[in-house]
Design a binder for this molecule. Structure first.
Ligand SMILES: [Fe+2]
Ligand SMILES: [Fe+2]
Length: 172
């Protein structure tokens, strides 16, 4: 049976709340990804689009890992526009930084770890290993294109991310 939209929206919402209360995820609200879009909004849009892709193609995937991996895929926790020399290779290095940060805060499954590390394929030329990693890799490209070209993500995912923005932060 095809996954219901309401169900995956609830799961993303719960996971955002958990990440904000148990980790440094709220910090992503203050870092810019593309244009005016924060890393927080970007990651929620990527999680939402990943679930929408899973739903559209009726893919049997691990929903919990898909959502957690998507939400943490850009968990690098610095301002990559700060002009520091090392930021010139941000595109290549940030998946590893994001993964290291995520591992400091959580125990990751191999699927979650692979989602984070491989989301920059083909820039980082090692392909994703799991279907969940391929889905997030694709969703990330689509969101990044929308954010770069029109300044924000479109449609339901953006409306959902805005709702999440107003709900939190769920800090301890
Ligand atoms: Fe990224
Ligand atoms: Fe991203």
């Amino acid at each position: 049976m095809r996954i219901r939209r309401q169900y995956f929206e609830e799961q993303i919402s719960k996971e955002v709340g958990r990440l904000e209360s148990e980790s440094r995820f709220s910090m992503t609200r203050d870092f810019i990804q593309h244009g005016d879009v924060s890393v927080f909004t970007h990651c929620i849009c990527v999680a939402y689009l990943s679930c929408s892709i899973m739903r559209f193609f009726n893919i049997k995937a691990n929903l919990a890992a898909l959502i957690m991996g998507a939400l943490l895929h850009d968990y690098f926790l610095y301002d990559w526009h700060d002009g520091e020399l090392c930021r010139k290779i941000h595109g290549f290095t940030h998946p590893y930084k994001a993964c290291a940060n995520a591992k400091e805060d959580f125990e990751l499954s191999s699927v979650e770890e692979n989602i984070i590390k491989r989301h920059m394929f083909p820039l980082v030329p090692v392909p994703p290993r799991y279907k969940e990693s391929w889905i997030v890799c694709l969703a990330d490209k689509i969101c990044a294109c929308e954010e770069t070209i029109i300044g924000h993500c479109k449609g339901r995912k953006m409306a959902f991310a805005e709702k999440m923005l107003q709900q939190g932060p769920f800090e301890e």
